[in-house]
Design a protein around this ligand. Structure first.
Ligand SMILES: *[C@@H]1O[C@H](CO)[C@@H](O)[C@H](O)[C@H]1NC(C)=O
Ligand SMILES: *[C@@H]1O[C@H](CO)[C@@H](O)[C@H](O)[C@H]1NC(C)=O
Ligand SMILES: *[C@@H]1O[C@H](CO)[C@@H](O)[C@H](O)[C@H]1NC(C)=O
Ligand SMILES: *[C@@H]1O[C@H](CO)[C@@H](O)[C@H](O)[C@H]1NC(C)=O
Length: 641
């Protein structure tokens, strides 16, 4: 027994000297932050220093098997702060590890002066950010990479899945968070970065397991993420004597495991030695962990790009798209609640668009774009599936459903004025981001209260942005399906198909009126005479009576009449028929947040469109009789929606 542990210690110490002479620099994943640094020369100097730090820290620790494969370096108090992390797969020799770092350094510099970047190879990972990210485990963009050829051996799939599952359980319990195993003709490794804790490692590998789990029967599969890596293959990619026996780490609880190991070890000098090593590693790890815990900021680059889901997994997650799981029917298809294998609840949208090859290509480029949109007032796209029979989009799940339920649905009257005002400001911020701050101007085209979801804190999250571009493009808007909804759509878009970001400003104004009044924009049954919300709001405003628009369920002590009139005025300004008279969404944010009366703003009478396609209002919006007939055609496009 003692001889066995002596052997283990010797093996640990000898790990170093095994040489495979292959740094395994197949590039698996890379990404650059979309933000550039402001001081390029300071940045380059700091980056050079940080990379040099990583190299020297790896080289100096050559005697310690695990530490020589992992290093972090940081320069937080410089003009352009940099935090960097590097890790080699533990089966690489130290020479190969440094060779992989050299390749990674060249690779990561391709991001130029981006303030964050990552390169992930088979042999190593290098990443830097402008804020600390060392404690990140699983982040958006985590993905599986399957290699095309199917294994001929029939038992391979099961063996690969079983081995990956065992690695997921065992690796977090192994000191150094690394394991390489050969079993039933499958070769596999799993590894976590050393700056996460056991729980974080387990969490990351669970996601990796789900990502790689769809790969068999392919002969090769990999899963990449911020905090971990997994790979299996039918061919060996590490030396046979670098493997570990998983069984001791798989057995029941981890406390039993510790007792068993410690119990077996005490007695021999070798055992004490081993304990010493474990203790040292443990102290070092927990110190590093403390460093990692200080910042919870997400880095500027998360692993970007959409996550590809397997069709069958999403089908299973939504109980085969069952009626019971249906959350709603949107303009682009039905939405289902789904529970992924890792327990996460998501919303799956099944797109109702034709599956031509053109549509699929558009889908991919659009999904890539949307998956990079990160804003707290926009619903996050987690991933997609385009391989199965449907085009599917996977979004984060919003427990509080959509705004319309809270204004005129079953939870009418639930929101107080402060919450409603926050929703108005949040919507404006989200739209301003889409229009002006994101690097591509995204026009939503279908802003309405059912497209505004609410998170746990009743903060608004705009849904369905970017999708309108997937609808077939056609020169003549009259034969095109409109990406709009009656009652919310700006007249120039509904009638003439003229698209600008002011189309969203208009719809935003309508939603604000709905939030204030608690009435549906396209419900014509408003008292005392039949008229639509916008028309009614305008008439009240014109007669100096706009306070009568306010939802009777709101407590009058929560708002001042001046404040309310000011917001109504802003809403009416947004719904002006002359496009240029409408403010941009960032101007709207400023208007909403600047208190006091904005006397210089004088909204004029909006154009009204109703279900019977009568166009009334000032002449500037419509161009004579022909537009009236156009409006009839346009409105019929909506009726099916
Ligand atoms: C960042 O800099 C690169 C050139 O180094 C440029 O191509 C890119 O457009 C810049 N990105 C932004 C968001 O300014
Ligand atoms: C940083 O390193 C690169 C690549 O080694 C080199 O070309 C460049 O001159 C260095 N810049 C500075 C400011 O040290
Ligand atoms: C898949 O991986 C195997 C083993 O590494 C390799 O021989 C084969 O060429 C790969 N196939 C593809 C399509 O990449
Ligand atoms: C592991 O295998 C390699 C190559 O076969 C060999 O050079 C090395 O000595 C082996 N190490 C041990 C501890 O057996």
């Amino acid at each position: 027994m003692q001889r066995f542990y002596c052997f283990v210690v010797v093996v640990v110490l000898l790990w170093e000297s095994w040489v495979t002479a292959d740094p395994q620099t197949t590039l698996l994943n890379s990404g650059c932050s979309q933000y550039n640094v402001s001081d390029t020369s300071a940045f380059v100097a700091t980056l050079n220093e940080t990379l040099a730090d990583l190299r020297s820290s790896l080289s100096s620790k050559a005697a310690d098997s695990s530490a020589s494969r992992f290093a972090t370096a940081q320069r937080p108090r410089t003009t352009e702060p940099i935090y960097a992390l590097f890790q080699c797969r533990a089966y690489l020799s130290s020479t190969d590890c440094l060779a992989c770092l050299s390749v990674a350094e060249v690779g990561i510099r391709r991001c130029g002066n981006a303030n964050g970047a990552r390169v992930i190879y088979d042999g190593c990972i290098l990443r830097y950010e402008s804020s600390i990210f060392f404690d990140q485990t699983t982040v958006i963009g985590n993905t599986g990479i399957c290699n095309g050829s199917a294994a001929s051996n029939s038992g391979f799939s099961e063996a690969a899945k079983a081995l990956v599952r065992d690695l997921t359980i065992a690796t977090p319990r192994i000191s150094g968070f690394f394991a390489a195993v050969e079993r039933d003709g499958v070769f596999a490794v799993a590894q976590c970065v050393e700056t996460v804790n056991e729980e974080g490692c387990a969490q990351c590998l669970t996601v990796a397991d789900a990502n790689i789990g769809g790969c068999p029967p392919d002969t090769d599969g990999r899963a990449v993420d911020a905090g971990c890596f997994m790979r299996y293959s039918s061919k060996s990619f590490f030396l046979a004597n670098q493997t570990v026996d998983l069984s001791q780490f798989l057995s029941s609880g981890k406390s039993n495991k510790k007792v068993a190991i410690i119990g077996g070890v005490v007695g021999g000098i070798c055992g004490l030695l081993l304990l010493g090593i474990i203790a040292l590693l443990w102290i070092k790890r927990s110190r590093k962990r403390q460093g990692g815990r200080t910042g919870d900021l997400l880095g500027a680059t998360e692993l970007r790009g959409p996550l590809n889901f397997h069709y069958k997994d999403l089908k299973a997650a939504t109980n085969n798209f069952s009626e019971k799981n249906k959350l709603g029917e949107g303009g682009f298809g039905d939405v289902y609640k789904g529970t992924l294998k890792n327990g996460k609840t998501v919303a799956v949208k099944r797109l109702a668009i034709a599956q031509t090859s053109r549509a699929k290509a558009d889908f991919k480029s659009e999904v890539k774009l949307i998956s990079n949109v990160h804003h707290r007032n926009l619903v996050r796209l987690l991933g997609c599936s385009s391989k199965g029979q449907d085009l599917l989009l996977v979004y984060e799940y919003m427990a509080n459903s959509s705004l319309n339920k809270f204004i005129f649905g079953d939870r009418q009257g639930f929101l107080n004025w402060k919450q409603r005002f926050n929703i108005i400001v949040g919507m404006a911020r989200g739209l301003a981001y889409l229009h002006q701050e994101f690097h591509v101007c995204i026009i939503h085209r279908d802003i309405k209260s059912s497209n505004i979801l609410l998170d746990d804190d009743f903060q608004p999250r705009i849904a369905d942005f970017g999708l309108a571009r997937l609808l077939p493009e056609d020169k003549s808007h009259l034969s095109t399906k409109f990406a709009g909804t009656l009652g919310y759509t700006a007249p120039e878009y509904a009638i003439h198909g003229q698209l600008s970001e002011k189309v969203d400003t208009y719809s935003f104004g309508v939603v604000v009126l709905e939030i204030i009044s608690g009435r549906k924009s396209n419900d014509a049954k408003l008292e005392p005479i039949t008229q639509y919300l916008l028309e009614w709001a305008w008439k009240l405003y014109e007669s100096g009576d706009s306070i009568n628009l306010v939802d009777k369920s709101l407590d009058p002590r929560e708002y001042t009449p001046e404040e309310m009139k000011r917001i109504i005025k802003i809403a009416l300004l947004c719904t002006q028929s002359t496009v240029s008279a409408r403010p941009t969404m960032s101007e709207v944010v400023v208007l909403l947040l600047s208190e006091g009366d904005q006397d210089m703003l004088r909204p004029t009478r909006p154009t009204f469109i109703d279900a019977t396609s009568r166009v009334h209002g000032d002449a500037s919006a419509s161009t004579g009789s022909s537009s009236t007939s156009n409006a009839t055609v346009s409105a019929s496009q909506f009726s099916g929606r």
